[in-house]
Design a protein around this ligand. Sequence first.
Ligand code: NDP
Length: 297
Amino acid sequence: MTEARIIDGKAFAAGLRARIGGEVAELRERHGLVPGLAVVLVGEDPASQVYVRNKGRATLEAGMRSFEHRLEAGTDQATLLALIDRLNRDPEVHGILVQLPLPSGIDPSAVIRAIDPAKDVDGFHPVNAGLLAQGLPGLVPCTPLGCLMLLRDALGDLAGLRALVLGRSTIVGRPMAQLLLGADCTVTLAHSRTRDLPEECRRADILVAAVGRPEMVRGDWIRPGATVIDVGINRVPAAEPGKTRLVGDVRFDEAAAVAGAITPVPGGVGPMTIACLLHNTVLAARASHGLHRFGRD
Ligand code: NDP
């Protein structure tokens, strides 16, 4: 039986995108500024193609400019770096996103470092990671930023709450932990070497699962009344032969019977990622016109 309140990320993201659309219209009217996002895709990975298409569509729907650069799978690193250099210098481009994963032979960290930190709307550049670690304003990775927005909406002030982040990737887990620390939570960052993970999880008022293991977090890992944010997106076989379905990193039915609030998969964190990408692009565009300041400025 589901008891937890369902945190509707889809509805929240739709509202955020509408607000961003309004902000973009105002920037255009008052400052003649049209935020522009360049998305670079190397190769033909089917999932990446869908993500890139969705990002382009959402960018246009918000009234921004979208620049898509599709490079063939055999593209070498120097060619990709030359494109990034061009985009760094293009005044119409305020945000640059290179879709990951990149084909083997291209070093993703070299590519991320080549992006101008002021245009790094994914928030993966070491300068932005450093600003976040120091609690200074910068461009913050989209998925954890979306999780924080959902948490603030569900709980209001997060100060003093015990938060456990499961997973320490630079894309989700680490920046999530930094954001929760910035919100004055008491933060535990758990990973594959954590001892007695279920017990660590049971202490948490907020549990963010970003581990990439289908339904790993069970109901009895969750403190009654806790807020559960499930970042995981895992495709698993469905009951019907030959079909698949999406599940998170949390066993939803079990968790929903114990938690106070929980995000579903799909329809929870997923839609927030693109909305936050648009949010970051607007921030980058505003900063380029002196309408916003980052910690490095
Ligand atoms: P990574 O694979 O980069 O990181 C997984 C983390 O989980 C690592 O820190 C790893 O620990 C830890 N881990 C793995 N197995 C265990 C285990 N058995 N016990 C404890 N910890 C474990 O994944 P990402 O952070 O990129 O993604 C996590 C999930 O979020 C995936 O399902 C991904 O699809 C999803 N995702 C969703 C997004 C969205 O838009 N909603 C965006 C990005 C990701 P260690 O460091 O010790 O190896």
